[in-house]
Design a protein around this ligand. Structure first.
Ligand SMILES: [Zn+2]
Length: 348
């Protein structure tokens, strides 16, 4: 037992005491700093929380009616909420501003509220708002444009076409809208057969020189031979996805052989062997691979006007509402369909 006993005068005892004191001091200082940090963080969180939480409807009412912030500041705040997708808060602010706004600013606020209702998908409220503006200010092209959009989204194409008349009287360019809305009305008319629709759509395209994607996407779907007969090579690039996804049996080799782009496209897909290469990288790689790899094209669409990009084709941009502004872009990607069918075959 003596070997475990350390006397008070033993230098070893002093060393043990010394290290024990150091340990205790270090432990407490570590614990204290952790505690302080936690306290600081919770205080900071509490402080920041009041900026993160949005004011309630009643708080907004009091804040706006008190006039501490200018109308312009509230309008900017509402616009920024709307831009960030918080339409509910933006609508609440606009509604409260409307309650205290002067007559000269009334229609501007109503217009912005109508726009936010439209963006949020409250089409009926938006409709009422624009009608109210136009009741007192019929010569407001911006409100007419939005009213047209509301009718289009409500699929009331006849009412949308009626809005074109006052827009025309205000010297607004309505030709493209007219062709587009007529095409939409036609495509959604259940009383007309597919062939008749295809022919009328083609007439609209030939008359306007626009709506190539809308027309040929439908034509290639319901009547490929009519589509090939009237195919314009200038539209080939825009229609790349439609052409790429077309069934092999619907291809018209005589027409394909007349276009360098189509020869390259279908050589890349492996239907024909009419090109040795292409100046377009993606097509050149696919032609070179000769189907030896699971590669295909994947598509996305960019709006020429607002530069927004979308995974699907569109006839009217959902962001800037421009018609016929889509531009196709494609890249090489893995062909999952081919891979899946090969894997299935290997199991059989
Ligand atoms: Zn756009």
């Amino acid at each position: 037992m003596d070997m475990f006993y350390i006397g008070f005068r033993d230098p070893l005892f002093s060393i043990i005491i010394f290290f024990t004191i150091i340990f205790v001091i270090t432990f407490f200082s570590y614990w204290w700093s952790r505690y302080r940090r936690k306290e600081d963080n919770s205080h900071l969180d509490k402080f920041l929380q009041q900026f993160r939480t949005l004011p309630t409807k009643n708080e907004l009412k009091i804040l706006i009616s008190s006039g501490e912030l200018s109308r312009k500041s509230w309008m900017l705040l509402a616009a920024s909420y709307s831009k960030n997708g918080d339409y509910e808060k933006s609508i609440e602010i606009y509604n409260e501003i409307l309650a205290v706004t002067s007559k000269e600013d009334l229609y501007e606020t109503m217009f912005l509220l109508g726009k936010t209702y439209f963006k949020a998908g409250f089409l009926e409220r938006s409709h009422q708002m624009f009608l109210e503006i136009l009741k007192y200010n019929p010569r407001t092209p911006q409100a007419l444009h939005y009213l047209l959009l509301v009718y289009e989204y409500m699929r009331d194409y006849k009412a949308a076409i009626d809005v074109l008349e006052p827009l025309d009287e205000l010297n607004e360019d309505i030709l493209l809208d007219k062709a587009y809305l007529s095409a939409l009305a036609l495509l959604n008319d259940n009383t007309i057969g597919e062939d008749e629709k295809a022919q009328q759509l083609l007439n609209l395209y030939q008359k306007s020189g626009k709506l190539a994607f809308m027309t040929f996407e439908y034509l290639f779907r319901v009547n490929p031979s009519l589509a090939w007969e009237n195919f314009n090579f200038d539209d080939a690039e825009l229609l790349t996805e439609v052409l790429w996804r077309m069934d092999s049996k619907d291809l018209n080799l005589d027409i394909i052989a007349k276009s360098r782009y189509l020869k390259e496209l279908y050589s890349a897909r492996g239907d024909v062997n009419l090109s040795d290469g292409s100046s377009i990288f993606e097509l050149d790689v696919l032609i070179g691979l000769e189907g030896r790899a699971n590669a295909t094209l994947s598509f996305e669409y960019v709006c020429k006007k607002c530069k927004g990009s979308y995974p699907f084709a569109f006839n009217r941009c959902t962001t800037c509402h421009a018609i016929d502004s889509a531009m196709v872009e494609y890249t090489l990607s893995k062909d999952f369909v081919k891979e899946f069918s090969e894997e299935n075959n290997s199991f059989q």
